[in-house]
Design a protein around this ligand. Structure first.
Ligand SMILES: [Zn+2]
Ligand SMILES: [Zn+2]
Length: 416
């Protein structure tokens, strides 16, 4: 048997998947985000330049595409933000701010585990040309309202941190480096010792309990911001309070990618265990310039992991208001001779916007059982007599009552 590729999954029931897409799309429209669709294939260089060559995503998790051109390096996109910035530059978008969202699969070669796949789906929201720090709060508010009010999750928390500008980070990295190197080097795990030399802020990704304890006492970046950044950080917190959005400040939140500056945030849920973020984002003021844009464009964005959110929703399914399934009619031709007429009647009902299934196999008894299983509103029986008299026997599957109706009046009768 040929199986699916490791770390991918088949969705045989897309109810929850579509539930998320539908609500996210409606929410995005309310906030004036326009949908765009971008390619899954991109040049590897795009992610090397944007994510940084020292990140796990670029070092270990890329899916490369073998092409016929030897000097060409193409990959499956590991995330959408860099692609959106590329599209912004390449298409010369000049209407600012550019508020867009996109849904689709992303690819990372990781160890598959619960809620983590090698092919996974994200909805990405981006505002490019977002000068004011209040755009960050508006984006966070949109997501918070989406989860709380529209979808109806109440188990989530919003974590937020502020990484300042490049100068702030350079100074802070030195502080953190000195703190860990001079006083606590021997207490760090081997991986953190390595991270310390390569990209010190990456130590915060460590899950080791002893390292975490050390970080709690480490200097905090929000205590070392320049004056304008400190003012913006205050503004973010004040505006969140003003909009009654609850959050907690987590000073070790730095996000896994190199392009973030200033605001970073994550929505986490206790329903997800250790890998508990299902939506994350932040500001990336220099990404457009890093990718060759003529001018720097401040921007802020977030990505929502559909599989992660599905894991949460599966646990609270009973409390969700799912869209009502449309009533279906099941047509049962008694013998082969009535099958062509059954298809003709089905055609007419569907033209009138009714969901219909025609049963073409099995005995009457098994077809009735099937109709029941399908949750049919009515079973429409057509035997020899019905065919001759141009009528249909309608069995109400809920009450069990039967009646005979002229074929010509069927649509009006069912619509009642
Ligand atoms: Zn600053
Ligand atoms: Zn560590």
């Amino acid at each position: 048997m040929i199986t699916r590729v490791k770390g991918t999954q088949d969705f045989l029931d897309v109810t929850l998947f579509n539930f998320i897409i539908q609500h996210a799309t409606q929410q995005a429209e309310l906030y004036q985000f326009k949908e765009i669709i971008l390619p899954i294939l991109e040049y590897t260089d795009l992610f090397q330049r944007s994510l940084g060559t020292e990140t796990d995503v670029v070092n270990k998790e890329m899916f490369y595409i073998k092409t016929r051109e030897e000097d060409e390096s193409i990959c499956l996109r590991p995330e959408a933000t860099a692609s959106i910035a590329r599209a912004f530059i390449e298409n010369g978008v000049d209407q600012l701010p550019w508020r867009v969202f996109t849904c689709g699969p992303m690819f990372r070669y990781e160890r598959p585990q619960k809620g983590r796949y090698r092919q996974f789906n994200q909805i990405s929201f981006e505002i490019i040309g977002a000068q004011s720090i209040l755009h960050d709060v508006e984006l966070i508010a949109m997501l918070d309202r989406l989860f709380t009010e529209r979808i109806g999750i109440n188990s989530h928390a919003l974590l937020i941190n502020f990484l300042g500008c490049a100068e702030d980070r350079a100074k802070y990295k030195e502080l953190l480096y000195n703190y860990l190197k001079k006083n606590h080097f021997e207490e760090l795990c081997p991986q953190c010792k390595e991270r310390l030399e390569k990209n010190v802020m990456r130590v915060f990704d460590c899950k080791n309990a002893q390292c975490q304890l050390l970080f709690r006492k480490a200097p905090k970046i929000t205590d070392h911001l320049c004056q304008p950044c400190a003012a913006e950080w205050e503004q973010v917190k004040e505006q969140l309070d003003f909009l009654s959005i609850s959050y907690s400040h987590q000073d070790t939140l730095v996000r896994g990618l190199d392009y973030y500056s200033k605001t970073v945030f994550e929505f986490t849920s206790s329903h997800l265990g250790a890998q508990n973020a299902f939506c994350a984002g932040g500001r990336y003021d220099h990404l457009v310039a890093m990718l060759g844009g003529k001018t720097d464009q401040p921007a802020v964005g977030a990505a929502l992991g559909i599989e992660r959110l599905m894991l949460i929703l599966e646990q609270i399914k009973d409390t969700l208001t799912m869209p009502q399934q449309k009533a279906i009619q099941v047509i049962i031709p008694v013998a082969k001779e009535q099958q062509p007429l059954a298809l003709l009647i089905a055609d007419e009902l569907r033209a009138n916007d009714m969901g219909v299934e025609v049963l073409l196999e099995g005995s009457i008894k098994s077809m009735m059982r099937k109709a029941n299983k399908l949750g049919a509103a009515h079973a429409l029986l057509i035997g020899e007599q019905e065919q001759q008299d141009k009528i249909i026997t309608i069995k109400n599957m809920i009450t069990g009552t039967e009646e005979k109706v002229a074929q010509a009046n069927l649509v009006t009768h069912l619509k009642k």
